[in-house]
Design a protein around this ligand. Structure first.
Ligand SMILES: [Zn+2]
Ligand SMILES: [Zn+2]
Length: 392
């Protein structure tokens, strides 16, 4: 590059947020999508399609994607559970293949995102625009002080430091060489590289980036509106459960993001499966009572701001009735939560003599849950009616 051209680029980079641009990252992020698309198109239309390679693509997609969500995110950043070294090593190897930086850097960025969400110190601050949160923040060079308190905290694990030191050889090896070498076994090294390698990197990139952009832009806020994070079933489907982002920002140390059985959260299912095999332990989750409390507080806030412009007598009646229904729902949630605790405690110390007692507590727990659900439904319907009346 000539000196004037270099000066021009530096001046441009100073203009954009006073941070230097990271040209290798810009080149990688802008060239990989068209290269992958063209390569896959060529592979498919020249008759090279191979089912083995396609299955390898699905396996690599899952292994790389879930290593980011279960590993980089819920384990290494939020410490939502503890994992044995083989599990940590797997997440670090396949997490590197996502080409989203070393776990050490990723965790430091993500920690800042939670701590300073929606402010200038949030690396992917949505207030600076959708594209900034999705992609542009990556175009700028960022400082990482690995000797700071945060750096020391996230670099305690020697495996994290190992992955950081050998990040590029690992990323190239697992993301590109491995799928090409496996597919070479059936004579399709090119397909392995282009679909299960480059294709997986591009797809995972934009699904992960969409959590920083779409999940702070589209969806519901059932737990809090103090930050921009939102819940979306649609995003959860493409992100191994990470789309329940409003819940996640409220309870970041919970190993679950989708808390109901019908919530699509394969990351949670993987963690539970690893737990059943004794490979991970100390799964952290918040109590049902606390979740309900947060949900009710949010609904109360919405209702109060809706009735505030109505007549004082209407607002007062709505407040009183809603508060009473909320108290009933909370009391039912507390009862259910206590029985749940008792049930799991009894199950933990399980002896033959306790079998009847466990069955009895289980029945009481189930009926307490039903009672809570009815109470909560009643509360929600009441609030909805007040909201409708306020809009009328
Ligand atoms: Zn977020
Ligand atoms: Zn997080």
């Amino acid at each position: 590059m000539t000196a004037p051209a270099a000066q021009k680029l530096t001046a441009m980079s100073e203009k954009i947020g006073k941070q230097k641009l990271s040209w290798p990252t810009i080149a990688f992020l802008t060239l990989t999508p068209p290269l992958a698309a063209l390569g896959i198109f060529y592979w498919f239309y020249t008759g090279m399609f191979n089912w083995g390679t396609f299955i390898l693509f699905l396996l690599m997609w899952t292994a790389v994607g879930i290593s980011t969500t279960a590993g980089y995110h819920r384990l290494f950043t939020h410490r939502a559970y503890e994992a044995s070294w083989p599990v940590r090593l797997f997440f670090l190897l396949f997490g590197a293949a996502s080409w989203e930086a070393s776990a050490w850097r990723w965790t430091m960025d993500h920690h800042k995102h939670h701590r300073y969400v929606d402010t200038e110190r949030d690396p992917y601050n949505i207030k600076q625009g959708f594209w900034h949160a999705h992609l542009w923040w990556l175009f700028k060079e960022r400082e990482y002080d690995h000797t700071s308190a945060l750096g020391i905290e996230y670099g305690k694990d020697p495996l994290i430091r190992f992955q950081h030191k050998y990040y590029y050889p690992i990323a190239v090896g697992i993301a590109f060489v491995l799928p090409a070498a496996i597919a070479a076994l059936w004579g399709d090294a090119f397909g392995g590289f282009i679909l299960a390698g480059l294709g997986v990197v591009v797809i995972n990139h934009h699904f992960t980036f969409s959590i920083n952009s779409f999940a702070h832009w589209l969806g519901r806020q059932p737990y809090s509106d103090k930050h921009s994070a939102r819940d979306s079933h649609f995003l959860a489907f493409f992100n191994y459960g990470e789309g329940y982002h409003n819940y996640h920002h409220e309870f970041p140390n919970d190993y679950r993001n989708g808390i109901r059985w019908y919530h699509w959260d394969p990351t949670k299912w993987l963690i539970r499966t690893l737990h059943a095999f004794g490979l991970v332990k100390n799964l952290k989750s918040v109590s049902a009572e606390l979740i309900v409390k947060r949900k009710i507080a949010m609904q109360q806030k919405r209702m109060q701001s809706a009735v505030v412009n109505k007549t004082p007598s209407f607002a007062e009646m709505a407040q009183q009735m809603s508060t009473l229904a909320a108290e009933h729902a909370l009391a039912a949630a507390r009862k259910w939560s206590e029985l749940r605790k008792e049930y799991y405690e009894l199950k933990r110390q399980k002896t033959a003599a306790m079998r009847d007692k466990i069955a009895e507590v289980r029945l009481r727990m189930k009926s307490a849950r039903r009672e809570f659900e009815q109470m909560f439904e009643r509360y929600r319907n009441l609030n909805k009616s007040f909201l409708k009346l306020s809009e009328a």
